[in-house]
Design a protein around this ligand. Sequence first.
Ligand code: SF4
Ligand code: SF3
Length: 551
Amino acid sequence: MENSMFCYQCQETSRGIACVLKGVCGKNSSTSSAMDLLLFIVRGVSVVADNLRVKGQAVSPEVDRYIVDALFSTITNANFDDASILNRVDKGLQIRQDLIMQSEKAGIVLPSVDEILWNGQRTEYEEKARSVGVMRESNEDIRSLKELVVYGLKGMAAYLEHAMRLGYNDESIHSFIQSALSQMVVKAMTTDELITIVMRTGEMGVQTMALLDKANTESYGNPEITKVNIGVGSNPGILISGHDLHDIEDLLKQTEGTGVDVYTHGEMLPAHYYPAFKKYKHFVGNYGNAWWKQREEFTAFNGPIVFTTNCIVPPLANAIYKERLFTSNSTGYPGCKHIESEAQGHKDYSEVIALAKNCEAPVSLEEGEIVGGFAHNQVLELADKVVDAVKSGAIRKFVVMAGCDGRMKNREYYSEFAKALPKDCVILTAGCAKYKYNKLNLGDINGIPRVLDAGQCNDSYSLAVIALKLKEVFRLNDINELPIVYNIAWYEQKAVIVLLALLYLGVKNIHLGPTLPAFLSPNVAKILVDNFGISGIGTVDEDLKNFGIVG
Ligand code: SF4
Ligand code: SF3
């Protein structure tokens, strides 16, 4: 049977090689083709925009927004709706045309590349998509490095979009994204040149996460230690998922006094840590777990569910909650209502709220509380306590277990690893990976919880800030001299930008699991192993020894 798609961007890719007939995530080959074509158009728009910038011409903010949204929509589990992806292709062709006209007026001679020259109709999209996907690049090492950069850019675009929605922007990040995409089209790149772009992607990843951190904390305050209820109330509720804090703010404001409660799911849990959201009495708690358990949990929730970003699990055909699913921003699912943004990015949730009023209250899944809110500001406020605990030997090691959760059975390793850690080790976490151990009641060390949750995956930035601060306090020359071990779980492309950011910051010996990315060719994997000490994982017992945690 002929392959109808090729996608290997996430950890769950088929057979650890690539999804070639249908995505393990549920992505159809038609959606995959539409995304390949969209990325081709985005590269074309970037080539023209980059040429304009280089010649000192202004590029409209609409172009920046378009590229960021288009990249975001191709992230794993963000968008399964062909129509919404194809609309982005149409829009991109128009934007590219406008930019080409702007270049002509300015007397700029553009490179003669297919990404600029191709101008097909809808009927030709499918045929074109076949030749512009990942496999267009025949050299496996060049392909591997190019995809590593592109996946990093997708993650960067996601974080940048959240910051932009809060009114924070940085032209140099857009300029980098467009230049990196452009260079991949117009130049025959060597591996060394591509490695330079990989490192620069990590550098810009740090800048983007810092921008989002500033946007989130200046808008909503610094995350604080918070006990989050994991039980339910008796009112009907709306469940909000994803990473966008601007969206949850809109929802909390609009639901106030309506008799409808708001719950977070998955990566939205850290919204509870922000002071600005604590004032809402109807912001009841966090419902359920990481993204991949949503089929059962959404059924039991009974009320509407709003996706602000990935991860969507395609509902089964007989899912009773499908009518209650709403998408927004870069997300999409066929047949689900999409909530558009108004000017300034605000959304009108009145339809969601009206639906919620006619729903039953959520079914209780569990009871109790989980603790989080250990972003950099909060941890640095506790710095004396933390430093004393390290000096006295009460804390012997920090283990960074940030990243993503996923549905594969081999991820149980992370629960087992957390349980097996000696009692003098503290887990630093961020991202949905935390759901593998945040309900295990691992106790505390002199009042410092043994699982310190900084927040969402982008808050891995907080973990880097904490590490840099500890390096300063202990007067070390190198971040790698700290008693910190990195055991990171990855799944989608935001984890790629987090990884590249850590590499840029000089972090060595990161253990990455549950499997290494399929998109790393053997030679590229070797470069990462030789230069950064990246490695995979083994069994819990082996790793506890290999990481120097037990003797
Ligand atoms: Fe496969 Fe992952 Fe691509 Fe989905 S995103 S098609 S699971 S590689
Ligand atoms: Fe999770 Fe999708 Fe990556 Fe933001 S919600 S960490 S997987």
